[in-house]
Design a protein around this ligand. Sequence first.
Ligand code: PEP
Length: 247
Amino acid sequence: MRQIIVGNWKMNGTARLAAGQAEILREAAPGLVCDLVLCPPATLIAALVARLAGSAIGVGGQDCHSAASGAHTGDIAAGMLAEAGARYVILGHSERRADHGETDAMVRAKAAAARAAGLTPIVCVGENEAEQLAGRAEAVVVGQLAASLPEDFSGTIAYEPIWAIGTGRTPTPEDVIAMHRAIRACLAERFGVAGRAFPILYGGSVKAANAREILALPEVGGALVGGASLDPAEFLAIARAARPPDR
Ligand code: PEP
């Protein structure tokens, strides 16, 4: 399976950045051995989709509401993202869990709504530093997975240790392998054959300088990239570090 490199622009980006990224990435994409997905702020989705038309590069949202419509000022429905041309949506990012009090149950409802709208959910899980230091990382992540995925889940998981996001720190390759194996075991146990195939991405301070080492790990299905995705040259260097798919 091809690795997936997802750029999470967070609350950054302008129409100008979107135009520049689209031009650079659409030219480079045919020569890559991985798939690319860009998740800009919702206001840029339609423009980015238009600029990437005819390329294989996907576009995604950074969140959606669990309802299809209604009195939810400031929120966006999964169907609205889909109508704008998005094919993916990041859900349960630790910044949303922290800033907006999102619980596993809310993430689970959002993932169901995303599927109903035809979007591929990218569900984020990950322990904080205190949990990691207490040796509870795996238990935390397994618990988040159990409670954040709906029964009919189909999509992608992103393992993002919170202490690695935006800090320049990353887990050791051994720790990434161990956590990805634990996640795979949960998915396989709960979703059977399908659960063996859902991509599991790593996220947290992925840069051009460390991408090759992380993406070389066979357990890693790709990367969720925050800060480094805003620089097209850096993002492309990460994509170029992807592991070719197994034959
Ligand atoms: C993220 O926010 O999903 C992320 C991985 O950020 P960064 O790459 O900046 O650590």
